[in-house]
Each structure stands twice: as C-alpha cells, then as structure tokens.
Design a protein around this ligand. Structure first.
Ligand SMILES: Nc1ncnc2c1ncn2[C@@H]1O[C@H](COP(=O)(O)OP(=O)(O)OP(=O)(O)O)[C@@H](O)[C@H]1O
Ligand SMILES: [Mg+2]
Length: 475
C-alpha cells in the first residue's frame, strides 16, 4: 500500500473541485450517504493534466466525469482513516473496484473523487426489469471485486470491505459491477441522524453480520454475510430492509433464510424473473446465497467459492453447463458469457467472424425446419468497432462442423498483454474452413458437441478508444 507521503500526486485543489461541481450545486447532487453528499462533476482540464505523466498517458485513470464525495467530518476527525482510504484505493486496482481519481484536503474539507459510474448504484435497479442473466453478471462482478479485496491484494494481506450493500455496488455503462466504499466505514460518520440505509459504526442495518453485532469482531465472513444479503436482494428485487412491514418480511436475510428452509423461495423471487430463471441456475445461486447467511461463521463460504458458484449458476442459465467443459482459453476479461445452442430443429448456416490479429467478435445464422433464417446478435465487439476484417463462412445443408481448432495468442500494440483467441478454424465433414485471425501461440482443438458452441466471452472494453474487443472461450 502506498504511504501517505506518496499520495501528494493525487491531490486535487479545492478550487478545481468547486468548478467541477459548480460549487457543489444541487443540480449536480447525486446522493447522500452516511459520510456526506455525493456530487457529479466535470473535472476541468487543468486538474486532470496538472499532475503526473502517468495520468496523462492513461486517460482511463483520470476521467473527465467524476463523483465527488464530500465527507461530512468535522475538524481533524477521521484524518487517519481518510488518508488510509486514499492510500488503499490508490493501491488496489481491479476491474470490479471503483477507481479513485484523487482527493482534496484543504481546511475542513475532506473530499474523495472517484470515477463516475454512469448507471449509479445497484439498489436503484433491484425492482427494475433487469433479466436474470444481467442480475447474475452483476453479482459475479461484485463477487470478483470482493474476492480480490479478500484474497488478491497480496500475500498475507487482506482488505475487509466492512460495508457491503447494494448501494455500494456501482454499475458502469456495460453493467459491470464496481465495488465502492471499502474501508470507508472506519472513518465513522459524524451525522447521527442516520437512517437504516447508511453506514453506522457497525455497518448498515439489514446487512450486518449478526456475529459482529454480538461480539464486535469483524472478519472476512462478515463481508460474506452482507454479500449474501445482496445476493437475495438481487434475486428478490427488494432491499435488505423494508420498514413498511412489521412481520417476517421486514428483514430480507431473515425472510430468505426462512423461505429457503421451507423450500418456498419461489414465493419471494421478483415476478419478472420467475419465468426465465432455470431450475439449476436458481438452485446453485440460492444454495450459495443461503450459505453466506449462516449464523456460524465457519459455515460461510469464501469469496472464491462464491465466484465459482455464481459462474456455475450463470452457465446453467445460459445453457452451457450441460456440456462437459473441455478447456478454458484466454484470460479472464470480465466480459459477458453467451452460448449458441442449436435446437433439434435448427441447422447452422453461417458464421460471421470479425478478426484481424485476433478474433474480435462472432455471430451465427441458423435455419429452422421451415427454412426461416435467424441471425444472432454479435458476440464480442465493442461499440460497433471492428477488428478490421469481416469473414462469412457459409455451410451447405449437409455440412456439419465436427471440430473447432484455434490458437491462443497475446495481444500486442496499445492494449498488449491480454491472452485471447488469436485464430479459429472450423473443420466440417467436408473441409477445413479457416484459419480466421492470426495463428500465433498455443493451439487447442475441441469437438463440435451436438451443435453446441458455448461460452465464448466478449469484452466490450476499450470503447473509449474505438478499439474492438476480443474473445475468450470456455467450451
Ligand atoms: N462513483 C460514483 N458514481 C456514480 N454514483 C455514485 C458514485 N459514488 C456514489 N454514488 C451515488 O451516490 C449515492 C450516495 O453514495 P454514498 O456512498 O455516499 O452513500 P451510500 O452508499 O448510500 O451509503 P454509505 O454512506 O453508507 O456508503 C450512492 O447511492 C450512489 O447512487
Ligand atoms: Mg456508498
């Protein structure tokens, strides 16, 4: 972790913050938490270019649109924790953690500046018509972020979040989850008129580990408990606590535990997803969520196990869990899984591949028994950008893919260092078609299994620069 002296380069002058937020104007106000008010702001160019060259060369680190959290701390209170939070945020980086832009400390003002996540926080979407797959992907992203804090920040080191809840899970434009406010609860809010939804010294009502309340000892399992509550919020489409009820429904943790044990979880699942959710996906999801809520800490799963189980739940939902996993290629890029599964009455007629030195995106055209053609959406690819070359592979009516071959390479150029599928070749009962992309790196081959082409992952990243994206395969 960076020492406090090393944080100077992250300092942003108060004047810059004032002009960014139009002097903390109400029109820029986004929300209020236990620590103070949050404003949206456009960081002026001078602030974003006045510091280190590292930021100049990496615009993603210093976005123009920021979220400004003006801490409501009086005098010197929370000073140590404030700098600790800054040091921590600046040290720990992960796709699923919110990005720190800088901080301000002048006079009584203590301000933390974050990257602005355009969709805001997850609590605002619980009751919306987000699909089950979208909900699962959000949970998976948040779980990865938290897993990183628990087990990925370095040997013998661990960060406890201390305040996991849906309002601390932010969403970017691709619905990628970003965990925010880790460690902040140590600062302690001075605002005593707190409602159930904001942080108290013991975390947030409705999410707090009961063992923490009774013993005062906080462990990583306390985060796991709170995360379990979030998982049920997402499944049930409601917040952890609903003050309008004074029965079993008041606290979701209690209600979910009860219904799970009665085998009646279905009754509390948000109606909009009840029809789409597949049995195995629900079973995997609810089992792990229930385990998070165990009173006995030792019985709660580690975040790594939660990540794994959410991944399995997602695979059940999208249909690729039924086939044997033959291999995993590419690095984890946080993209969205998908699969193509041909129905018994469908044939594959065309594959469209966008490629250059690696595979950017892929889409499929199928034909049903009545001759109707149907093209899938483009899997992978970002913002309509292309790898450079679009190839179409057409299959005869009596032609069947029997094997898929490929190579795994490492990206070069500006965004170097990602392991991706660099080429694909399709072997049919008639011929070999390909390679598409560039054959570099390790080879793999998989049989075409009963018309299932499952689990390539596309990441819609790099949209800022208009670069395409790449694919990863789990078959
Ligand atoms: N980086 C950000 N990008 C976009 N919106 C944000 C960002 N940070 C916070 N917000 C919004 O501002 C609101 C207030 O955030 P804040 O963290 O202060 O309060 P909270 O999460 O509701 O409670 P707590 O103070 O306990 O964390 C959030 O609910 C969220 O909608
Ligand atoms: Mg928060």
């Amino acid at each position: 972790m960076a020492s406090i002296q090393q944080l100077d380069h992250l300092k942003i002058p108060l004047d810059d913050i004032k002009s960014a937020t139009d002097n903390f104007s109400n029109s820029n106000f986004i929300g209020q938490g236990g620590f103070g008010r949050v404003y949206k702001g456009q960081l002026p160019l001078s602030a974003s270019t006045s510091t280190t060259t590292a930021r100049l060369t990496n615009p993603a680190v210093r976005p123009a649109t920021v979220a400004v959290k003006r801490l409501d701390v009086k005098g010197g209170q929370g000073q140590h924790e404030f700098l600790r939070e800054i040091a921590m945020l600046s040290s720990y980086k992960h796709d699923n953690l919110v990005t720190l832009v800088g901080f301000t400390e002048e006079g009584d003002e203590k301000i933390i500046v974050y990257e602005h996540e355009v969709r805001g926080s997850l609590d605002k979407y619980l009751t919306t018509d987000l699909t089950w797959v979208q909900r699962l992907q959000i949970c998976l992203g948040a779980a990865r972020g938290l897993n990183y804090l628990h087990d990925g920040v370095g040997e013998g080191h661990r960060v406890l979040h201390r305040d996991i809840k849906s309002s601390n899970i932010l969403l970017d434009e691709n619905w990628e989850a970003k965990v925010s406010d880790f460690g902040l609860s140590k600062i302690g809010p001075t605002n005593q008129e707190i409602t159930f939804l904001v942080t108290t010294a013991a975390g947030t009502f409705g999410y707090v580990d009961p063992v923490y309340i009774s013993t005062g000892v906080l462990t990583k399992e306390s985060d796991v408990y709170s995360f379990g509550v979030v998982l049920f919020e997402v499944l049930c489409g409601r917040l952890a606590m609903n003050g309008k009820y004074d029965d079993d429904r008041r606290f979701l943790a209690h209600l979910a535990r009860l219904r799970y044990e009665e085998g009646k979880l279905n009754e509390i699942i948000i109606p909009s997803i009840r029809k789409q959710i597949k049995r195995d996906s629900l079973r995997t999801f609810s089992r792990i969520a229930y385990q998070c809520l165990k009173f006995e800490r030792k019985q709660r799963p580690r975040m790594a196990v939660i990540v794994e189980q959410l991944q399995i739940s997602l695979e059940f939902q999208i249909g690729c869990r039924r086939i044997t996993r033959i291999g995993l290629w590419g690095s984890s890029t946080g993209g969205s899984p998908w699969s193509l599964q041909l129905n018994v009455d469908q044939k594959l007629r065309k594959i469209t591949i966008d490629h250059q030195d690696w595979i950017y995106s892929i889409s499929f055209t199928t034909e049903d028994f009545s001759g109707l053609l149907d093209s899938s959406e483009r899997h992978g690819g970002a913002g309509g950008h292309s790898g450079g070359q679009i190839s179409e592979i057409n299959f005869d009516t009596d032609e069947e893919i029997i094997e898929i071959l490929g190579t795994i390479g490492v990206t070069t150029g500006r965004y170097h260092g990602y392991t991706v599928i660099s080429s694909l070749t399709f072997k049919t009962n008639k011929k070999n078609i390909g390679p598409f992309g560039k054959e570099t790196g390790d080879r793999f081959s998989v049989p075409w299994d009963e018309g299932t082409f499952a689990g390539f992952y596309g990441r819609a990243g790099f949209y800022l620069d208009g670069i395409g994206c790449y694919l990863k395969a789990t078959i």
